[in-house]
Design a protein around this ligand. Sequence first.
Ligand SMILES: O=c1[nH]cnc2c1ncn2[C@@H]1O[C@H](CO)[C@@H](O)[C@H]1O
Ligand SMILES: [Zn+2]
Length: 374
Amino acid sequence: MPHVPTPDQIRRAPKVLLHDHLDGGLRPETVLELAEQTGYDQLPTTDPAGITEWFAAASEAGSLEEYLERFVHTVGVMQTAPAIRRVAAECAEDLAADGVVYAEVRYAPELSTQRGLGLDEVVEAIIEGFREGAARATAAGHRIRVGVLLCAMRQEDRADEIAELAVRYRDSGVVGFDIAGPEAGFPPSRSLKAFEYLRRENCHFTIHAGEGYGLPSIWQALQWCGAARLGHGVRIVDDVEIGEDGKARLGRLASFVRDRRIPLEMCPRSNVHTGTVPSLAEHPIALLRRLHFRVTVNTDNRLMSQTSMTREFRELVEQFEYSLDDMQWFTVNAMKSAFIPFDQRLALINEVIKPGYAALRSETLFGRVAEHMG
Ligand SMILES: O=c1[nH]cnc2c1ncn2[C@@H]1O[C@H](CO)[C@@H](O)[C@H]1O
Ligand SMILES: [Zn+2]
């Protein structure tokens, strides 16, 4: 019998997070305190419950564009180096407490230049914050490693500059590049020059594609731009047909994605909130997992989507009856797909992830024995 993990086991299980936005994961009380400290007076409310609710209303957005409107105030309080450092440190602490052992957290540095910070200063504050947060997490008994992904905003024209920034900081904590923001009307090929530059520089990148727009965006991300992973990539199911015999037939693009083991950074709750999928029960993750695509589970925006890695997995376990073995499969998929060097990924899989799941399975084993004896 496959073991259905308990909520507590899900929290303690080692987890790997590849898709999480720094400005999508602030603690609500931190938003309030930073607004006060930095003199940001645009918040819709200064009431702790009210502010949590305001961000959580993103769940009713129904479109990616409306969902993204909720970022104005997190970005609003991330305009000084100490504020960014604090947000990054708390992010590392929160992820570690949630059982995340490796995370790649992304942010668009150009968003934090409203009050005169330079791009380099923003990146340095993020890296410094993650270092502080990881150290505090270690002291609290949770080990985590955090890498940075630098995003360029698709609706702006700074991709070349941000790509250069990613290359410049690649030996100091930046592990890759991405483009984020509205997808419809801003195809990946718009930033083609930046991606060609990154390829020449042997630099890793992922691309948000197949969320706010369909197959043409995924196709461009992979075949024009050369993305190593897809942010979401959910709409690849548009290229999968289920026949009357119940068998799946993959189109050429879906086949390519599966054959090449392209990692899909799926964020189930966020996908429901942006209207990309109608409900968690109908999320393509179940089909894609069954068809052995390289699926990973992620949070996207912990504040706006009121989530955590534990919550995402808890809901998937409830919805699709996933076992500890399934959880381990998703987690190993994610670790294999990370942008850090191969030997380090392998070490995390063999020394941290597999032993972690084995320990949880053995708990169950002994628990069962105890039940029998009692
Ligand atoms: O799901 C998403 N799709 C596309 N862009 C996103 C998503 N979530 C957040 N951002 C965008 O990424 C920026 C940098 O972190 C955020 O400010 C937000 O505008
Ligand atoms: Zn995202």
